[in-house]
Design a protein around this ligand. Structure first.
Ligand SMILES: Cc1ncc(COP(=O)(O)O)c(C=O)c1O
Length: 441
C-alpha cells in the first residue's frame, strides 16, 4: 500500500484528532510544540495511557512501542508511580528550594552508576547536555567539542550539528563536515564542533589527535540511539576512552536513552567509565527531567559554597519534588529482574522481526540493545549513520503509518522501545502487524 493509501485510512479513522489539530494550528505554528512528534496530515491526540496501551481522541487503542520516545520504561500510569506523584502533589508542587525527594533520586543514581560521584538535576536532557558541555569547557579551558555524526543530544546550539538529513553534502565519511541541523545555528558554533565517524576508531584517533589542544569534550551516546541504534564495534568505546584520557579531553556519555538498557546504563554494559554522564527520560518516571553528573572534582565547578560556584545553574523547576518522586518510584521498579524481563522482550521482538524478514526475503534489518530496537530498510552493512539511510526514503514513514493503522505506535524514524508493562502477546502483536504492513506494500 502506498503512503497515500495508509494516510487516507489513518485520516478516515481519526476525525476528532483532525478537528483538534485544526484548533491547535490556529494558536501554534503547525499546531504543535514538539517538532519530532508531528507527522502529516496531523498527529492523533492522546486521551489516555494504561500499561502498554494508549487511546486516542477517537477511542482507538494502540500498543505503545514509542513510550514517549523511550521515557516510559515501566509503562503508562503505573499505580506506584501515580500514587507517589499524588502524595507529593498534595503537599505542594514546587518550592524555591530543595526537598528531600531530590536527595533520594540522586542517591539512587549515584548508587547505580559508579562514575557518577555527584550530580545535578535539570528539566530536560537538553539542559543536561548543555551543562555538561559548558562544564567541560570550564574545566579544560578549551572551546571545541566533538560529537558523532548522526548523534542527537538535544536541542541547544552546540549539539544541533550533523544530526539527521540527507548526507550527500556531509563530506568525506572519514572526515565529516559539521552541518547545521537547524536554521539559526551560528557559524561560530560550526567552527567549534568537530564531527567524528561512528565505528571508525582510526579516523577518530586521527581527528582527536589533530584537535586535541582545542577539545574540551567528546560527547557520545554509547549506542547511537537516535542515529540508527548502530551498536559500537567491539572495543570502540574503550578506544575512545583511552584516546580522550590521553589527550585530556573529557568523555561525556549521553545516557538519556541508553540508561534504560541496564542497572548502570550503557557504560555498565560496555565497561567504560566516562568523566561525565547525562541523563533524562526514565529517571523522571514520565515527568520532565534531566541530570548531569560525574567526577567530583569536575562537578565541583557547580558548588556554591566557599566563594561561590564557578558555573551558575538556575532552573525554576529543577529537581521539583513531583518529578523526583516519580523518578524514585520508577527506579524502585527497575530491579535486576526487571532488566532481565526487558531484555527478553527486546530479544523476542528482534527475533520475531528477523524471522519475518528471512521468511519474506525482505530487505530489512533490526538492531537494538535491551528493550530498544530500530527497524532498518536497507541491506547495507550497518556501521554508522550513513549506512542506515534507506534508498527508499519514504519507507520508514510508510511503515510508521501502516503500523498506526494496525494498532501499533512506534517512532517515525524506526526507533522503538518495549516497556515492562508489555506481555509476550503485545510483542507478537507488533511482529504480526509488521507482517501485514509489509505484505500490503
Ligand atoms: C540521547 C539524547 N540526548 C539528549 C536528549 C534531549 O532530551 P530532552 O528531549 O529531554 O531535552 C535526547 C532526547 O531524545 C536524547 O535521546
Amino acid at each position: 500500500m502506498s503512503l497515500d493509501k495508509e494516510t487516507t485510512e489513518y485520516a478516515a479513522k481519526t476525525p476528532r484528532s483532525r478537528a483538534l489539530h485544526e484548533e491547535a494550528a490556529a494558536v501554534m505554528p503547525g499546531g504543535n510544540s514538539r517538532t519530532t512528534t508531528f507527522f502529516d496530515p496531523y498527529p492523533f491526540y492522546f486521551q489516555r495511557g494504561q500499561g502498554a496501551h494508549v487511546w486516542d481522541a477517537d477511542g482507538i487503542e494502540r500498543v505503545d512501542f514509542n513510550n514517549n520516545y523511550t521515557s516510559l520504561v515501566i509503562g503508562h500510569a503505573v499505580p506506584d508511580v501515580v500514587k507517589a506523584v499524588q502524595a507529593v502533589a498534595e503537599s505542594g508542587l514546587s518550592f524555591p528550594g530543595p526537598t528531600e525527594h531530590e536527595i533520594r533520586l540522586a542517591e539512587m543514581i549515584v548508587r547505580r552508576v559508579p562514575s557518577v560521584e555527584s550530580l545535578r538535576f535539570t528539566n530536560s536532557g537538553t539542559e543536561a547536555t548543555m551543562n555538561a558541555v559548558r562544564l567541560a569547557r570550564a574545566f579544560t579551558n578549551r572551546a571545541k567539542i566533538a560529537k558523532f555524526e548522526g548523534a542527537f543530544h538535544g536541542t541547544h546550539d552546540w549539539v544541533m550539528v550533523s544530526v539527521t538529513g540527507d548526507t550527500k553534502s556531509w563530506g568525506n565519511r572519514r572526515r565529516p563536515k559539521p552541518i547545521a541541523w537547524s536554521a539559526g545555528i551560528p557559524a561560530a558554533v560550526l567552527k567549534n564542533v568537530v564531527v567524528l565517524p561512528w565505528n571508525d576508531p582510526e579516523a577518530c584517533e586521527e581527528i582527536l589527535t589533530a584537535e586535541a589542544g582545542n577539545l574540551a569534550a567528546l560527547i557520545v551516546d554509547p549506542y547511537l540511539c537516535n542515529g540508527g541504534l548502530v551498536p559500537p564495534a567491539d572495543g570502540f568505546m574503550k578506544r575512545l576512552r583511552e584516546s580522550t584520557e590521553r589527550h585530556g579531553i573529557l568523555l561525556i556519555m549521553d545516557e538519556v536513552i541508553s540508561f534504560r538498557t541496564a542497572w548502570g546504563g550503557g557504560q555498565e554494559r560496555l565497561g567504560v567509565r566516562p568523566d561525565l554522564t547525562t541523563f533524562g527520560k526514565v529517571i523522571g518516571g514520565g515527568l520532565p527531567v534531566g541530570a548531569f553528573g560525574g567526577r567530583r572534582d569536575v562537578m565541583a565547578f557547580y558548588d556554591p559554597r566557599k566563594g561561590g560556584a564557578r558555573i551558575s545553574q538556575g532552573g525554576t523547576f529543577n529537581a521539583n519534588p513531583v518529578t523526583m518522586a516519580a523518578g524514585v518510584a520508577t527506579l524502585n521498579a527497575l530491579t535486576p529482574e526487571a532488566y532481565t524481563r526487558l531484555d527478553a522482550l527486546g530479544d523476542r521482538l528482534r527475533g520475531g522481526v528477523r524471522r519475518l524478514f528471512a521468511n519474506t526475503r525482505r530487505r530489512g534489518q533490526v538492531t537494538g540493545v535491551g528493550s530498544l530496537f530500530w527497524l532498518h530498510w536497507t541491506a547495507e552493512m550497518l556501521t554508522d549513520y550513513r549506512s542506515t539511510r534507506p534508498k527508499d526514503a519514504e519507507m520508514p514513514q510508510r511503515v510508521f503509518m501502516g503500523m498506526l493503522n494496525e494498532g501499533i505506535l512506534m517512532t517515525q524514524r524506526g526507533l522503538g522501545a518495549c516497556s515492562l508493562a508489555m506481555s509476550d502477546e503485545d510483542v507478537d502483536r507488533f511482529v504480526n502487524a509488521l507482517a501485514r504492513v509489509l505484505a500490503r506494500q
